[in-house]
Design a protein around this ligand. Sequence first.
Ligand SMILES: NC(=O)C1=CN([C@@H]2O[C@H](COP(=O)(O)OP(=O)(O)OC[C@H]3O[C@@H](n4cnc5c(N)ncnc54)[C@H](OP(=O)(O)O)[C@@H]3O)[C@@H](O)[C@H]2O)C=CC1
Ligand SMILES: CC(=O)N[C@@H](CCC(=O)OP(=O)(O)O)C(=O)O
Length: 311
Amino acid sequence: MTKSIFIDGAAGTTGLEIAQRLSGRSEFALICLDERRRKDISARREAMNDADFVILCLPDEAVNDAAAMVTSGDTAIIDASSVNRVADGWTYGFPELKPGQREAIAKAKRVSNPGCYPTGFLALLAPLVSAGLLPADWPYTVNALSGYSGGGKAMIARFEEAGTIAARGYGYDLAHKHLPEMQKYAGLSHPPIFAPTVVNAFRGMIVEIPLPLFAMPSAAAAGTLRDALASHYASSPLVTVAGAAIPSELLMLDGADGRDDLQLFVAPAADGKSARLIAMLDNLGKGASGAAVQNLNIMAGLDEAAGLRIT
Ligand SMILES: NC(=O)C1=CN([C@@H]2O[C@H](COP(=O)(O)OP(=O)(O)OC[C@H]3O[C@@H](n4cnc5c(N)ncnc54)[C@H](OP(=O)(O)O)[C@@H]3O)[C@@H](O)[C@H]2O)C=CC1
Ligand SMILES: CC(=O)N[C@@H](CCC(=O)OP(=O)(O)O)C(=O)O
């Protein structure tokens, strides 16, 4: 039976990309509000309670009011924002995180999508810490590059109007909003030190965790880490783990097409003393809209990769 979907924030960056991925799919019918009514509270409330699934693609500050409008017990919510990722009553929408997570999402009525940066960070680290191959109490660092669409309409306008920003480092207060979910779902004793940079490309993301293996208590060798990731993601349609031969460069291309997969790499030093864990993804794909559609597929009992772009 066709499921009805209401995207709150459908005119925004994430909402538009979700609508694109759903267009042409006979399993779903979108409930749309025209420009005049898209922020009208009573129209939104009615649309939400008529829908089988509501996907919240709103700025953080608008999310709790929107979620509270859903009073129908039949309506499930997928929230793309960072508001509910470590909140009680919400299921973390990262199906590959650990055994049982996909099944928990399938049964949930309230699912919170992971952040774009945490998607790369957790995909690399969570299975390795959980398996005891890397320590939970190490002071990890994470360096990351994002396309400017990661900052939504306002940042897209800023980069495109200025035309001169090559890169924007930020997060210098060491209090980025993604730290709680990174720490919680990787099972770490401390939040990582997170150094994000926005670059002058519309979309794309590289997330890297440097590992000084020689100094880390109870860390496995790089080859063991790679094999463990390959085994963890062996049945995933969206996550791939590169073989031992690592490319000499990883390129984020300006103007790249959107994609919904996640590529992982383990790059070892020749002497085995250190390694770099690297994730490449599209911030608007597996980092946002693709992840929302993947969760929607799972919650609707469909193939989790249906309608997604895997290149
Ligand atoms: N962009 C990304 O790569 C990622 C985004 N996210 C999350 O997804 C959510 C949406 O982000 P993004 O799409 O980038 O943001 P945008 O700013 O591009 O879009 C937000 C949309 O919400 C609309 N909106 C704002 N307030 C209301 C309201 N009260 N009622 C109805 N609509 C409203 C805006 O309207 P208007 O058009 O008038 O401004 C806009 O269309 C955020 O929580 C973000 O953190 C998560 C992962 C990655
Ligand atoms: C480039 C950029 O600004 N990225 C945002 C994160 C992306 C986002 O806003 O979404 P979520 O927090 O919901 O994942 C930031 O660092 O705040």
